[in-house]
Design a protein around this ligand. Structure first.
Ligand SMILES: [Zn+2]
Length: 294
């Protein structure tokens, strides 16, 4: 019998910090330096070390030469998305602003808008792809690069796992495939891939578990949380629910309160009430979105 290949990695916190510094912080520093000289964009695919990071965080080697050729050797699917390196745009004249510029070089406005619409993308285009995602993958790892405060330079890197056996995970992807993808195809349209938006309703309903949290401040990474055995629960945030739903959960006595006051009183939905939440009706988009797999 052939021996099973060793897919586990010995990982220390120091290794993770070194990886983030080598593959994320330093390349970014270099491109900003050159952008200031050339006035060319400092945009880049800085989240590409996500796969390396996923291996380190989970202590699992990459798939290397396995059939799908990506993600982790234990079959885990890794998705990443960055809201930290998005394009900036002048609110007044619409010009593109380079990341290090704090006012518009064309009109001088300091009103700068950052596009933070980036999300995790799941292309599901056949029964077998849906089956793979729901029945053959042990876990999905979601990585997010973002900023707690858009005006500051601090960048957060967080990772969650979601379990494809979880009912809502199955419902969400099946709903996309049956009611969006297949419907569009039958109408001769080009369906957009399945989008999962970080920190939104669908995300929290999937029962995500935080396994990793790092902050980068002044080009230095600091690990705030990293635990695979005892990950952090991420309860549903009440503000993502409509007021009627909050009344249904907390009773008539909250009807006279403003929604923000209900949210202040009950910021998270407890385990006990979690089962009262259901899938929101999806709005079908018919345009084709450009996307890239990272
Ligand atoms: Zn402008």
């Amino acid at each position: 019998m052939r021996e099973k290949p060793n897919i586990s990695l010995e990982v220390s916190e120091g290794m993770i910090i070194e990886c983030i510094t080598d593959l994320y912080i330093n390349p970014k520093k270099s491109i900003i330096k050159w952008s200031k000289i050339t006035n060319q964009t400092a945009q880049g695919k800085f989240a590409y070390p996500s796969q390396h990071l996923a291996s380190l965080i989970t202590k699992t080697k990459g798939g290397g030469s396995t059939a799908r050729g990506d993600d982790l050797a234990d079959g885990s699917e890794v998705k990443s998305c960055t809201r930290a390196d998005q394009l900036n745009e002048c609110k007044k004249c619409g010009a593109n602003i380079l990341t290090w510029q704090n006012k518009c070089p064309y009109c001088g406005s300091t009103e700068i808008k950052t596009d933070i619409s980036s999300h995790w993308i799941f292309p599901i285009t056949s029964d077998s792809e849906l089956d793979l995602l729901l029945n053959k993958i042990p876990r999905i790892i979601l990585i997010l690069f973002d900023k707690e405060d858009i005006k500051k330079d601090n960048i957060r890197i967080r990772a969650w796992t979601i379990n494809p056996k979880e009912k809502y995970v199955r419902d969400f992807f099946t709903d996309y495939y049956e009611n969006n993808y297949k419907k569009k195809i039958s109408e001769g349209k080009d369906p957009a891939p399945c989008n999962l938006h970080p920190l939104k309703y669908d995300f929290y309903l999937m029962n995500p578990k935080l396994i990793f949290h790092t902050e980068i401040m002044e080009n230095e990474a600091k690990i705030l949380f990293w635990n695979l055995d005892r990950p952090q629960e991420q309860p549903m945030v009440s503000s993502l629910l409509v007021k009627e739903k909050l009344i249904e959960i907390y009773g008539e006595e909250v009807r006279n309160l403003k929604k923000e006051d209900i949210v202040k009183k009950y910021p998270f939905i407890s385990d006990k009430d979690f089962s009262k939440l259901e899938m929101k009706k999806k709005i079908l988009k018919s345009y084709k979105e450009k996307y890239q797999r990272r």
